[in-house]
Design a protein around this ligand. Structure first.
Ligand code: HAM
Length: 423
């Protein structure tokens, strides 16, 4: 049997990769406009980082991590997300000693052992940002508005931005108590996972997709009902700034994130059109995480969006750019001598940044012309024995069907002139 790629992974081939590059380029320009700088961290980290950072009771840590022992018997994990890694890098590289806040972004693969389905992969890609060292509500608004403006730049419509506040450890403790009290009488109706969550992490029960759990939790106290004065003021301020900035959002008191580190603001962006896996972005504040992994007390906030899901939304809404032609000029050299001379000409064109190609299979004139057309070349540069003897090159405009001869010595300049003018 032939070897196939692992389940839940993808090969990104030419034809598709251009869409990724377009999205990545747009992301990078928006990040530049907002003053975020790129960070790259390792693909794998000490397992303990995610256990402590993401949380022992989360699905990610309990069920979805690619964990292995390396040859030195150390437990390592392929990164399932990057917030914990970025915080580790912030502490390890003493970025807290630099002017604050530190505003970072990343684009790269993440790994989760999930059940693959449309929009859900085992190796998927995230674009994310993390802002460390600033606890003001204006930062929450900046991060959410970055997401909003990126989607607008991409032309996406029909997005729903859900926002909530999950409070701080103080108000969460009182929510936990109220929630357990509310759920206790109907605990037996909860699914097995939620029965387990009841003691360890009851907040996650609010997020269970199981219909019987949803019936039990209808009307349950939400985090928003129990916010302390500080969290409540912070949340009101975030909403106020967002509204003034024209970001359309919906307060969703039942929004619960699947990772344990969140405090105060939490948010998600949904697009219904892409199916069951409709969350294209999720994030929030995590003011205790840096401390949790051994750093100084540092506020943090960020988000990550699934690149595959954003691309799916762009596809459904027909917002992906049209495919660009691969080549501007195609050299058609007939005979060995013309090939050698033509190759030198091609080198000169390419070194000036002009996308140009030539036949590498010794095909006939007719087939070379066909291939030039297939690759979307605007010009065919024809060089046969006869042209070579007269020191000329035939430049054929493939879209107009016209052709002219130029002296070989002027050829690079002539073609480049057309390229610069875009004709
Ligand atoms: P998350 O909600 O686990 O948050 O993931 C963020 C986004 O990644 C999701 O909204 C989704 O678009 C995409 N995603 C997650 N899992 C998959 C998958 N298996 N296949 C395809 N796409 C997926 C985080 O990862 C946090 N680190 C976000 C964050 C950053 N919070 C603060 N800073």
């Amino acid at each position: 049997m032939t070897i196939q790629r692992p389940k839940g992974t993808q090969d990104l081939l030419p034809g598709t990769i251009e869409q990724w590059q377009y999205l990545e380029d747009t992301i990078r320009s928006v990040c530049r406009e907002y003053g975020y700088e790129e960070i790259r961290t390792p693909m794998f980290e000490a397992t303990e980082l995610f256990q402590r950072g993401v949380g022992q009771t989360t699905d990610i840590v309990k069920k979805e991590m690619y964990t292995f022992l390396d040859k030195g018997n150390r437990s390592m994990t392929l990164r399932p997300e990057l917030t914990a890694s970025v915080c580790r890098a912030y502490v390890e590289n003493k970025l807290y000693g630099q002017p604050q806040p530190v505003k970072l972004y990343y684009i790269g693969p993440m790994f989760r052992y999930e059940r693959p389905q449309s929009g859900r992969f085992r190796q998927f890609h995230q674009f994310g940002v993390e802002v460390l060292g600033a606890d003001q509500a204006i930062v929450d608004a900046e991060v959410i508005s970055l997401v909003w403006n990126l989607y607008r730049r991409l032309g996406l419509v029909g997005l729903e931005v859900h926002v909530n506040s999950v409070g701080c450890p103080t108000c969460r403790a009182s929510h936990r108590e109220q929630l357990q009290e509310f759920l206790a009488v109907r605990k037996a109706e909860l699914c097995n996972d939620c029965q387990e969550r009841f003691e360890r992490n009851p907040l996650r029960i609010l997020d269970c997709k199981n219909p019987s759990c949803q019936a039990v939790t209808a009307g349950a106290p939400t985090t928003k009902d129990t916010l302390c004065a500080d969290c409540s003021t912070h949340f009101a301020r975030v909403l106020d700034i967002l509204g003034r900035a024209g970001v359309v959002y919906r307060v969703n008191p039942r929004l619960v994130r699947g990772l344990d580190y969140y405090t105060k603001t939490a948010f998600e962006v949904m697009v219904e059109e892409i199916g069951a896996q409709s969350a294209i972005c999720g994030g929030g504040r995590y003011d205790k995480l840096v401390e949790e992994i051994g750093g100084p007390p540092t506020a943090g906030i960020g988000f990550a969006m699934g690149i595959e899901r954003v691309l799916a939304a762009l596809q459904v809404q027909d917002k992906l750019p049209k495919k660009e032609p691969k080549l501007f000029a195609m050299l058609i050299a007939l005979g060995e001598k013309a090939q050698t001379e033509g190759f030198a000409l091609l080198n000169a064109l390419r070194s000036q940044g002009l996308p140009a190609g030539m036949d590498l299979l010794g095909r006939s004139l007719k087939n070379q012309l066909k291939s030039a057309d297939r690759q979307g070349a605007r010009y065919a540069l024809i060089l046969g024995e006869e042209e070579l003897a007269r020191n000329v090159l035939v430049i054929k405009d493939l879209s107009l069907g016209e052709q002219r001869e130029v002296p070989l010595t002027d050829a690079v300049e002539e073609i480049n002139k057309n390229y610069q003018r875009g004709v």
